[in-house]
Design a protein around this ligand. Structure first.
Ligand SMILES: Nc1ncnc2c1ncn2[C@@H]1O[C@H](COP(=O)(O)OP(=O)(O)OP(=O)(O)O)[C@@H](O)[C@H]1O
Length: 187
């Protein structure tokens, strides 16, 4: 079964087609990298897959669901680590994690078990009551990674995830991605 299928996608911003007939498929358990020149349309493709942009034509299906027909279920299948961390000024690290749990409808106890392991791995376990808006670039990136890996989403999308991370964190993230590919969610 095909997990993600992008077919003849034409898309972009305000009716200017950046993507012209893009097709790709990702099978369950597959790790796929999008590689291309600056401005080629990698982030634009991802923005279409996560539903920030609507296709001008073509289709995107994720485990048989489309954004148009099942927007909530479609989006809950995806965890996304953006190129630039998106954090709320007025929320603590704990509140960011709880917000994510609520958005994905997760069982809090099981989600916190996964969260605590991830926070420890990325050395954020003593910062639950801190405000990530004041964290360093790499620490903010780690918050986004913890939130994404904590969900049980079927499709994990990471946009330039290593930018700003220290060497230990790069190593740990590679390990997490490899584990997820090998045996589903690691935690
Ligand atoms: N918000 C936007 N509004 C209008 N055009 C945009 C917007 N974001 C990107 N573009 C345009 O879409 C094209 C593809 O950009 P995109 O960010 O998808 O490239 P990329 O492959 O991710 O590049 P990079 O490797 O530099 O991250 C570029 O020509 C860019 O100018």
């Amino acid at each position: 079964m095909m997990a993600l299928e992008v077919k003849n996608l034409v898309g972009g911003y305000s009716q200017i087609p950046v993507l012209k007939q893009v097709s790709l498929a990702v099978q369950p358990g597959e790790l796929v990298g999008l590689i291309g020149l600056n401005g080629a349309g990698k982030s634009t493709t991802l923005n279409h897959i996560i539903g920030l942009l609507r296709p001008f034509s073509g289709t995107i299906t994720l485990n048989g669901l489309t954004l148009a027909e099942n927007p909530a279920e479609y989006k809950q299948q995806i965890a996304y680590v953006p190129e630039t961390p998106i954090l709320y000024d007025e929320l603590t690290l704990r509140e960011h994690l709880e917000l994510t749990m609520n958005a994905y409808g997760l069982d809090h106890e099981a989600a916190w078990q996964r969260a605590h392991k991830l926070l420890k791995l990325f050395r954020l376990d003593n910062k639950l009551d801190w405000f990530p808006a004041n964290f360093s670039k790499g620490m903010k990136q780690k918050v986004m990674i913890c939130c994404a890996f904590m969900t049980n989403a079927k499709l994990l999308i990471v946009d330039e995830p290593f930018y700003g991370l220290d060497p230990l964190a790069v190593h740990d993230l590679l390990k997490l991605i490899e584990q997820k590919k090998r045996r589903g969610w690691p935690y």
